[in-house]
Ligand binder design. Structure first.
Ligand code: AVI
Length: 322
């Protein structure tokens, strides 16, 4: 009998949290900085979906092309009766390219903090792959979570982490996250991860400063969210979006730049912005094969295979724990 996907570890409204202390600490830091996780409320997630369709935002299109072209080779690396674990699974759209090539998968375990998003995606995957065991886990994938029990045992665990999400973590946190994935994968486990590659800065800056202003709206929505959820009084009209390439760090940084000197109130605190002062809202690291391999090795992973597009814009990497 087909089971209805029910999330493990679910916490209603888990996606709606905002930690006042963390936000205030970030706004009092120099430079001011907030976690990119805060960009993804309901509206932010919709705007991110729209970003993925933009002509300038080559990442999604390129990675999808790589997955479509090389799914069979990736499936051969994953092997038979694997458990496919996807942290931050979102809509699970790209996963289907792998699922199509993995008819013998033991189970698919999507992990996402947004319960409604997770459940809708898990139901859709279950409907499309009725014989597959789909076991959604509602959790923050940067924190510890346990894997659910399977109906039939798996031969190994392979983590699927597409989308260049790893690039949104600074090096120490990225290594910690890769270590967590290694822990979840266990001995003999694998990792299939999508990373964006360093390239002409003009192409990178265009991808994050799109013509239609969708990325600007995505960035600005953070202020709207702080107003709504933390009773702040940001005036979004007094800030502008900017995304800049920082070569020394090999990353794009998204900023909100204060257009004037201003005071913002948040809960019972006051935060001053000087004219031109920046609030850093996201880091998007761009790798070389070598810089990624160094990070992965530091977390106990050994790179085994890599696939890229003809322009060398993006790479999907396969790694093992031994
Ligand atoms: C989710 N993440 C991989 C995106 C990126 O490209 O770093 C987030 C994003 N920010 C602005 N545009 C897209």
């Amino acid at each position: 009998m087909r089971r209805r996907p029910t999330p493990v570890g679910s916490r209603p409204g888990a996606a709606d949290w905002l930690l006042v202390e963390q936000v205030l600490a970030g706004l009092r830091a120099t430079p001011k900085r907030l976690s990119p996780a805060y960009l993804y409320d309901r509206r932010g997630s919709q705007l991110f979906e729209a970003i993925c369709e933009l002509p300038e935002y080559y990442l999604t299109r390129t990675e999808t092309g790589i997955l479509a072209q090389f799914a069979d080779e990736m499936a051969a690396c994953i092997g038979e009766r694997a458990l496919l674990l996807e942290p931050g699974s979102g809509s699970s759209r790209k996963t289907r390219l792998l699922l199509d090539a993995l008819p013998d998968l033991a189970a698919y375990v999507p992990v996402d903090i947004s319960r409604s998003h997770l459940l809708a995606a898990a139901r859709a995957v279950q409907a499309a792959y009725p014989r597959l065991e789909v076991l959604p886990v509602c959790a923050d994938f940067t924190q510890r979570y346990t894997l659910p029990a399977l109906r039939r045992p798996s031969a190994r665990v392979v983590v699927f982490f597409p989308g260049s999400t790893l690039g949104n973590f600074d090096a120490p946190e990225a290594v910690r996250l890769l270590e967590r994935m290694r822990h979840n994968a266990g001995e003999g486990g694998g990792l299939l991860v999508g990373i964006d590659l360093a390239k002409d800065p003009a192409i990178l800056e265009r991808a994050y400063n799109d013509h239609a202003g969708v990325t600007a709206a995505f960035n600005m929505n953070l202020l709207v969210r702080l107003n709504r959820e933390l009773a702040a009084d940001f005036d979004p009209g007094s800030f502008r979006h900017e995304a800049v390439w920082v070569p020394a760090e090999s990353r794009i940084e998204m900023h909100l730049v204060s257009l004037r000197a201003q005071t913002v109130h948040l809960v019972d605190a006051r935060v001053q912005f000087a004219a031109g002062e920046r609030l850093v809202t996201e880091h998007c690291h761009k790798y070389t094969a070598e810089s990624f391999a160094t990070q992965a090795r530091a977390a106990g992973w050994t790179p085994r295979r890599a696939w890229t597009d003809t322009q060398g814009y993006f790479s999907v990497q396969y790694l093992e724990t031994v």
